[in-house]
Design a binder for this molecule. Structure first.
Ligand code: ARG
Length: 432
């Protein structure tokens, strides 16, 4: 321990306070880079020096020098950003196991896939993700293992079972009735769906995911048609909010989107067949949109090989196009947006591919970065501790070579990842 005490005075005055200050100095880290993205003010700031103590950012200054002999990580040529946050992933799902292929994946195998995918996700710069639906509470197990430091992965917000109606998008409709295959979150009626929220909470969920409409990848569902009734969604929202959980609603169809917003959900996912009324209501209520506009390229390009059913491919051919048009409309109208990809439908670790599409369809690079940082933190009610590089927040910091504001695709190659002050990836470091 004594070699960690840099201050010579400590050898002479082994007073308690001196010992403490010496120890904290030894554990203080400094991070310097060409610039950092200040997502709170929407600007790129040059020559930052970030001070990190006990996993937290304690100071962000510019043009200042670290103390002599300090532990400084110099990232020259790099821009620092807050750790990225993806609000719509399925860590236990793999991109090549769609349709009937998914039936061959056991729950333990899916959980093991999740361990692998959690690592890929954090190494791609996503230090926090919201997992919106998993069988058998595998997402809760992943969260617990990550929190305990047993495996490496993003900070997780987890939904447990996605809640939806019999035969709906959140059910398993692949097999005939002989097999009695039913999704864990399937329920019908306001009290029954409310009970599902309680069950999810009992087993460790800290967000709620519902299926308001049909979907693309579910067999036999009409993508544009509402499934949960308004009364069912209101019951879910009331119960979730009372227990301190936010609600994410899968909704493609026009009425389903509108009624989910009306019921008071916190975010609407996909939002494909959006109309002006829903844009207005979302703005009034502060409802956030999470629009996965990259995944269509994977589904239409690789989906058939991956087992996606022809009926799903047919649905995707209209959904993807409409969703991108409506993404532009929502951005122009000023709806609050977060970054959500549906990774798991396409390969984990490729989450950042969506940034370039968000810019192509109407966002500035800064808006796209804010969607994946400060806006996501606000949606999760974590603005105090996540979402920006500023004093008092967790030291979840990533870095890319160059300036992501002039080339947003740089976020596809993250060279440095720090989570809670711990370096998980440092491409320029000789021992990585
Ligand atoms: N999980 C979603 C569903 O099955 C994926 C939708 C993907 N398509 C899209 N254009 N975002 O409905």
């Amino acid at each position: 321990m004594f070699q960690r005490l840099h201050q010579p005075l400590c050898y002479i005055v082994i007073g308690v306070s001196c010992l403490f200050s010496a120890l904290s100095d030894a554990s203080t880290q400094y991070l310097s880079a060409d610039a950092y993205i200040d997502v709170e003010n929407g600007v790129r700031v040059e020559n930052p020096l970030v001070t990190i103590e006990a996993g937290q950012i304690t100071k962000v200054s510019t043009d200042s020098q670290p103390p002599p002999n300090a532990n400084v990580i110099k990232l020259s040529g790099y821009t620092l950003l807050p750790g990225l946050m993806d609000m719509h992933v399925h860590l236990t799902g793999n991109a090549d196991d769609h349709g009937y292929k998914s039936l061959a994946i056991s729950l333990p195998r899916a959980t093991i896939n999740g361990v692998n995918n959690a690592r890929k996700t954090v190494m791609a710069g996503f230090t926090t993700v919201r997992n919106v639906g998993a069988d058998g509470y595998a997402d809760v197990a992943l969260k617990d293992a990550i929190d305990a430091g047993d495996i490496v992965g993003p900070r997780l917000f987890v939904a447990g079972h996605s809640i939806g109606v019999t035969g709906g998008h959140c059910d398993n409709n692949l097999l005939p009735s002989d097999y009695a295959a039913t999704g864990g979150g399937v329920a019908d009626g306001p009290w029954a769906v409310r009970a599902k929220v309680r069950e999810n909470i009992k087993y460790g969920a800290n967000v709620t995911k519902i299926c308001a409409t049909g979907g693309v990848l579910s067999k036999g569902t009409k993508v544009g048609v509402q499934q949960l009734t308004l009364a069912e969604m209101q019951a879910i929202v009331e119960e979730s909010h009372m227990r301190g959980l936010t609600v994410a609603a899968h909704a493609h169809g026009t009425e389903g989107i509108y009624n989910a917003i009306k019921a008071g959900v916190d975010s609407v996912e996909h939002v494909s067949f959006l109309n002006d009324e829903s844009i207005e209501l979302a703005k009034q209520n502060g409802t956030v949109f999470s629009m996965d506009i990259y995944v269509t390229e994977y589904i239409l390009g690789e989906g058939e090989k991956a087992g996606i059913l022809e009926e799903s491919l047919a649905k995707e051919r209209t959904v993807g196009k409409r969703q991108r048009e409506n993404f532009r409309k929502a951005v122009e109208a000023g709806v609050k947006m977060v970054f959500g990809t549906d990774a798991g439908v396409y390969p984990h670790g490729d989450n950042a591919m969506q940034f370039a599409r968000m810019v192509q369809f109407g966002m500035t690079p800064m808006q796209a970065i804010q969607a994946a940082t400060i806006n996501a933190a606000a949606l999760l009610n974590q603005s105090e501790t996540l979402g920006s590089i500023s004093a008092g927040k967790h030291a979840d910091i990533i870095a890319v070579k160059g300036d992501p504001l002039s080339d947003i695709s740089l976020l596809e190659s993250v060279g440095f990842v720090m989570q809670s002050g711990k370096i998980l990836k440092h491409s320029d470091s000789p021992d990585q």
